[in-house]
Design a protein around this ligand. Sequence first.
Ligand SMILES: NC(=O)c1ccc[n+]([C@@H]2O[C@H](COP(=O)([O-])OP(=O)(O)OC[C@H]3O[C@@H](n4cnc5c(N)ncnc54)[C@H](OP(=O)(O)O)[C@@H]3O)[C@@H](O)[C@H]2O)c1
Length: 253
Amino acid sequence: MTYTLITGASAGIGAVFAEQMAAQGHNLILTARRKDKLDSLAETLRQKYSINVETVSSDLASSQGSEALANELANNGWAINGLVNNAGFGDRGLFEELPLNRQLQMIQLNVTSLIDLTYRLLPSLHSQKNSFIINVASTAAFQAGPKMAIYYATKAFVLSFSEALFEELKPANIAVSALCPGATESEFASEANMTNTKLFKAGAMSAEDVVRIALKNKHKAIVITGLKNVISVYMAKLSPRSVTRKLAGWLQA
Ligand SMILES: NC(=O)c1ccc[n+]([C@@H]2O[C@H](COP(=O)([O-])OP(=O)(O)OC[C@H]3O[C@@H](n4cnc5c(N)ncnc54)[C@H](OP(=O)(O)O)[C@@H]3O)[C@@H](O)[C@H]2O)c1
């Protein structure tokens, strides 16, 4: 039996990945810190779709989190053929005013644990057919982001890393996709102190639509969700970086 591992599955985009992948018949391993939320989602999905769903509590912002999670998967003999690296958070504020520790944890969660988990699970992905990795980046990946400097930089890393891995793993038939949503309804905005920003006031996409697009296009290297976001990324590519970074900073006000 094979499983898809979804990180950050207790809320938002990750919980919707769980719902939509369960509906497609995937067996799932759900991870996040809030075990009660994972367990109740798992129970609902088991009953609704007759699939296997396991839950593992993990703190992927800690330096040992991804290793402990990978060990738990190995100890249980759970073979992974799908990996959705979704867990992540942001925080709005000037770099020098946000707590350093929180920003380092952001890098640990959004970047280091994502790499660590991918590396540790690649042998399992190689041993299965039609394996895939979805790394949740963001439209933030395409320009620098004043007032969210570290968050934007983590997502630029995820995009670059995923594109390179897409090419490296193509001969092995392992699909790698960087999912780039724009503002999306979830717990993210309140966690990142962004609910009152121009970006979120302009409207957010539903997590259901984001995941539907992600799963339909998971064979593509870069998936930008929704026409508005596709246009804004395209415009950013055509504009000087001095303009796009100023615009990104303006949207965080
Ligand atoms: N929403 C947006 O506007 C938006 C736009 C672009 C990209 N994204 C990206 O989408 C991904 C999912 O975010 P979301 O919008 O669904 O946000 P969310 O609703 O806040 O969900 C974040 C998930 O990550 C988990 N998580 C947070 N800290 C963790 C930790 N230390 N260890 C393990 N899991 C942790 C949370 O679970 P626990 O709290 O239970 O640990 C939760 O399940 C993130 O990578 C985010 O950067 C979001």
